[in-house]
Design a protein around this ligand. Structure first.
Ligand code: ADP
Ligand code: F6P
Length: 324
């Protein structure tokens, strides 16, 4: 028999992402609408272990849907990766009467949720990361905002790059996953896109491409480089020396993680937040919410973590033709 859920805890963990506040707001209000109590846990699992836990009312989430970041703060917590830390976390949940917990974060955060579920605390994960690198879902909270922020920034760099007839290497976030780089590469019409998933480190190919494009009269050459490849500044120096084309590097950095969430991030994060509460109320645990084939769905966390996802080879392939 599934246990009755009276009090729901909510935390954000790992890298922040625009839309996390919309998800928190939805969790709090859907839970209150269903007659449940909500406790906000500050600073992810680190705050759980420090018992940074406070009641949340409907008014505590007023005026946040449009704000980037997370009002609950976020953190990475080494102690929670240990069996002792997880045991302590589960005991703290019980001490505070938390029957179910909603974890908003990436795959690492889901592993923590999985451990809490195994220790008897019902858990639901919501995919929160700008990287889009969660295999079970086609949407993650924050990606849409981040990719639009990066796209607008690259448009601006492109203007000055064209005026000066330069090559610009623009580094976007994504240490292990190139979704932001691929999407911006297509959206900004980049001449080259370097992804951690398939870059062959053949700089001579880039050099040849720049020289070819110059001969064809192109006034700029935009290279979108993913953080996982990095080293944009030294790459710019080498490319300038080899091509004779002035080359500059711009690293967009953490500006991609901030800012007011797009409409899509607000609506999807709100839907997922409410759905997480509804799943807990139905007695579900060890589940993660995703978006697939036009529907909001849920998966077993173990199954979700075993899934694989990769960038679309077709989209990468056409990106070269589209920048001719
Ligand atoms: P993300 O959730 O964005 O993937 P991290 O990988 O940094 O970010 O994970 C966030 C936090 O989740 C970690 O700091 C840690 O507290 C917890 N976590 C990560 N991996 C595990 C694990 N294997 N077991 C328990 N907790 C984990
Ligand atoms: O996971 C989101 C992300 O922004 C990655 O793209 C990036 O590699 C990482 O977080 C950077 O994290 P930090 O906040 O530690 O700089």
């Amino acid at each position: 028999m599934s246990k009755e859920i009276n009090t729901i805890g909510v935390l954000t963990s790992g890298g922040d992402a625009p839309g996390m506040n919309a998800a928190i707001r939805a969790v709090v209000r859907e839970a209150i609408a269903k007659g449940k109590r909500v406790k906000g846990i500050q600073r992810g699992y680190a705050g759980l272990l420090q018992e940074e836990i406070a009641d949340m009312e409907a008014k505590d989430v007023s005026d946040i849907i449009q704000r980037g970041g997370t009002i609950l703060q976020t953190a990475r917590c080494l102690e929670f990766t240990t069996a002792e830390g997880q045991q302590k976390g589960a005991e703290i949940c019980r001490k505070h009467g938390i029957d179910g917990i909603i974890v908003i974060g990436g795959d690492g955060s889901f592993k923590g949720a999985q451990k809490l579920a195994a220790l008897g605390i019902n858990t639901i994960g919501l995919p929160g990361t700008i990287d889009l690198d969660i295999a079970c879902t086609e949407y993650t909270i924050g990606f849409d905002t981040a990719v639009n922020t990066a796209m607008e920034a690259i448009d601006k760099v492109r203007d000055t790059s064209t005026s000066h007839e330069r090559c610009s290497i623009i580094e976007v976030m994504g240490r292990g996953a190139g979704y932001i780089a691929l999407w911006c590469g297509i959206a900004n019409g980049a001449e080259d896109i370097l992804l951690p998933e398939n870059y062959d480190y053949d700089e001579q190919k880039l050099v040849n491409h720049i020289i070819e494009n110059r001969k064809r009269g192109k006034k700029h050459h935009i290279i979108v480089n993913a953080e996982g490849i990095g080293h944009s500044a030294s790459m710019a120096k080498r490319i300038e020396a080899a091509t004779g084309v002035e080359t500059r590097a711009t690293i967009l950095g953490h500006m991609q993680r901030g800012g007011s969430p797009t409409c899509k991030d607000r609506v999807y994060a709100s839907t997922m937040g409410a759905m997480a509460v509804d799943l807990l109320c139905e007695g579900k645990s060890n589940r993660v919410v995703g978006y697939r084939h036009g529907n909001f769905v849920d998966f077993d966390i173990d199954e979700a973590l075993s899934m694989e996802k990769s960038i679309s080879p077709y989209q990468f392939e056409i990106s070269r033709n589209l920048s001719l």
